[in-house]
Design a binder for this molecule. Sequence first.
Ligand SMILES: [Zn+2]
Length: 294
Amino acid sequence: MLRQHSWYAWVKTTLLLITFSGCVTPSSSRIDPPEPHHGAQYYSSLTAKLLGSDTSKTLDYRLIDPVIFKGIVQENTLTHPIADPAKIQRLKANSVGITVDDQTIQIDLQWVRDRSIADSVEYQIYLYFDTTTGLISSAHGEPGTDSTTSPEYYYQSTTRVAHPFVDSVRLNWILIGQVHGHPARKDPGQTTAHHMSPADSITAHCLQIPVYAIDAMDKQSGSSEKMHRIVPNAASPPADDTTHIGSTRGKNFVAKDSIDIGRQALWIWGKSRLLDTACLNKNRHKGRDVWFTH
Ligand SMILES: [Zn+2]
């Protein structure tokens, strides 16, 4: 598969995340922009970044070729929603609706929680956006240790986005978020904190994605449990995180505060920057393979 796409420079790499076990108490401030309540939101089929929105009365997330989008709309659509009915009609005709496979995502969130608590290692899933279908869903990554997980991805230098590595490189998928468990430490002298770690904020910054952690240090497998989140470009990393943004559903589907984490991840990725290559190179996990193909 790599040879078929040899005009790209690929980097298969990983980032190291370390579960925070110290005594620093981070502040809890919400810095991501609020999600919109109306208007079609147009996302690029190349990068899954937000291209702009229109003044439609209903809220709608749509996938469109960025070249076609630019051909229809020339103005800065990130600051001024498109109001011209003729342009809106053309945009709608040339785009498809974005959907969320929330059932798979909710099952996977609970899977991260249950596996992490059962094995005392950090299990992880990737939140991805399929650029061919407009589907947001999740996939299992490789588990880590009791204090680390390493997202595996291919960095595409032409578009500066990351594709998750799930058995093989997924060229149609763009990495828009990562979720991992925070289990109890195997060393009885260390405790796992109920919030994001400094390493999580580095990952969020390098990959420009929201990173989520699920408490897996107490209670039983199958119970609903709290999720936390760090967003890219936090004002003062690593302290600027958001604790308890929602809960996993539990085996009895009892969570009252489950969230549409897939759409939230797309919203945050859609408005973040492209990948920070200097940050990626600096924080690459030295113990893993790094592949370059040309
Ligand atoms: Zn973490």
